[in-house]
Structures are given as C-alpha cells and as structure tokens.
Design a protein. Structure first.
Length: 255
C-alpha cells in the first residue's frame, strides 16, 4: 500500500503559533493525521483544546526544532502513533523584537543571530534530514518550508538575521528539491507577506495598519490564506510543483 493510500501523516512545527494553528486545522479538515510540534507546552495544550473534535488524529510533541534531539522525538512519536510522515511543514520561526522593533544589523548580538539561525534555518535542515529518509523509502513526500516576503526584499519589520535565514530557506528548498525529486518528494516554500496573526502582533497596530495601506489587495493576510496554500502544495495532485516559492502577500512584492 502506498504512503498516500495509508492516509496522510503530517508533521507541523511551530504548530501552536498563529499560522501553525491554522495549518494544523486545514490539514485536519482534509482528514490528515497531524503531529503538532512546538517548543511551548502551554501553547500546544491550547491548540489541543481548540481542535478537540479531531483529537484522535492529532498528537502533540514538545520539541525544539534547532536540536537533533527535538527531531528524534518528533519522529518517534509520529511512528508510534500514526506511521511514517509523508508531509513535513517547517513552520516554526522567530523574529526577535526589542520594544516592538527590530535591531539594525550592526547592533544584533551574536547570541540573537545564532538563535534565529538555529530555529529558522537549522530547524528546516534538520527536519528534512530526519524525515526525508522515510519519504524516500515510501517513494513519496511533500515538504513545505515557510519562508517570508523578507526573503524577497530584505525585510521591513524583520531584522537582518530574519531576512538572511528566510532567504536561506529558499536555498534549502531548491537544493533539497533537486536531490529528492527522483524519490517522488516535492519541496516547496511559501513566502507569506504581512499576516494579521502570530508574530505580526509583536509590533503595534499602527505599524501594521500603515503596512496594510501599502499592500495592493488593501489588507493584511490571514492565517487561512497561508494554510490554504500549504494544503494545496501538500496534496498528492501537486506532484509537478517543486523547488518553487509561492508568495502569499496581497501583491506587496511581485516578481
Ligand atoms: N505572521 C506573519 O506576518 C509572518 C509573515 C511571514 C512569515 N511568517 C513565518 O510564518 C511562520 C509562523 O509564524 P507566526 O506568525 O505563526 O509566528 P508565531 O510566533 O505565532 O508562531 C511561531 C511558533 O513557533 C514556535 N517556536 C519558536 N521557536 C521554536 C523552536 N525552537 N522549536 C519549535 N517551535 C518553536 C513558537 O512557540 C510559536 O508557537 C514563521 O516561520 C514566520 O517566520 C510569518
């Protein structure tokens, strides 16, 4: 029986955050079984309460994506509860702010740089290293990496480290797409613009309103806008789409 016939098993990191919760909900709605992972145990409890009606298809794992041990835990729980994952959504990310503002590049301390690289870049790298072998064995997989519009133009509200790591996510996406295509595995990135959810709440409403006024579609995005795109790319019918970046930004950056 193929991986798809057995039913989709998806791993979502940063699952308890603004976009992560919406991605989990969209995959559960489709009937997937979901391994919801996050570094925050309290936030994961809130997520479990929110999707209680689908609790038999959801398992939560507290894990740090920047650490190989976090990925080992995710893999072990997935195999134990649902079987080998055929979908990986690398969504966990951080964008440090100080009093609601980014630091300029010249002021970013090394420990903050390392923390952002660890979660935003090492996290997806380790995740694919950990879960791709199971997908290779099944000759099927869907990997979606959440990047950012900051990868397109260097970032307005996110710092230099944020823009650098999200640009790196596009590199990881393309390189793994090349390497894994022959195994029936697609690897794509989604680059959200400003989304009225999750980390966008770290800056003031006035800043977000000002940003919204510059977006051609005339509003900030929603978590659903991103989750819908992830669900599309993780579908078995999306088999001819790989190595791409889908911009979900209301036209704030076009190319
Ligand atoms: N909200 C936006 O406007 C926006 C725009 C572009 C890109 N993004 C990207 O979307 C993704 C989700 O962002 P969000 O807005 O939902 O943010 P969020 O802060 O609401 O969620 C991020 C989640 O990641 C978790 N996390 C942090 N460090 C972790 C670690 N080491 N291991 C595992 N989990 C960890 C957090 O606990 C949190 O639940 C991020 O990759 C972010 O860069 C967001």
């Amino acid at each position: 029986m193929s991986a798809v016939q057995q039913g989709r098993v998806a791993v979502v990191t940063g699952a308890a955050g603004g976009l992560g919760t919406s991605i989990v909900e969209a995959l559960l709605e489709r009937g997937d079984r979901v391994v919801a992972s996050d570094v925050s145990a309290a936030a994961l409890e809130a997520l479990q309460a929110k999707v209680a009606q689908a609790s038999d298809r959801l398992v939560a794992v507290v894990a740090d994506v920047a650490e190989p041990s976090g990925w080992a835990a995710i893999r072990e729980v997935a195999l134990d509860r649902f079987g080998a994952p055929s979908i990986l959504v690398n969504n966990a990310g951080i964008s440090p702010k100080h009093d609601g503002k980014k630091l300029n590049g010249v002021d970013i301390p090394l420990n903050e740089w390392n923390a952002v690289v660890g979660v935003n870049l090492t996290g997806p790298f380790l995740g694919i290293q950990c879960l791709a072998p199971g997908m290779i064995e099944a000759n099927y997989g869907r990997i979606i990496n959440i990047a950012s519009v900051a990868a397109r133009y260097g970032g307005r509200l996110g710092g230099l480290h944020y823009a650098a790591t999200k640009t790196g996510v596009l590199g990881i996406t393309r390189a793994f797409a090349h390497e894994l295509a022959e195994h029936g595995i697609t690897v794509n990135a989604v680059a959200p613009g400003r989304i009225a959810s999750g980390m966008a709440a770290m800056v003031s409403e006035a800043v977000n309103a000002d940003y919204a006024s510059t977006i051609p579609v005339g509003r900030l995005g929603t978590a659903h806008d991103v989750a819908h795109t992830v669900r599309f790319l993780s579908d078995e019918d999306s088999s001819f789409i790989t190595g791409t970046t889908t911009d979900v930004n209301g036209g704030s950056h076009m190319q």
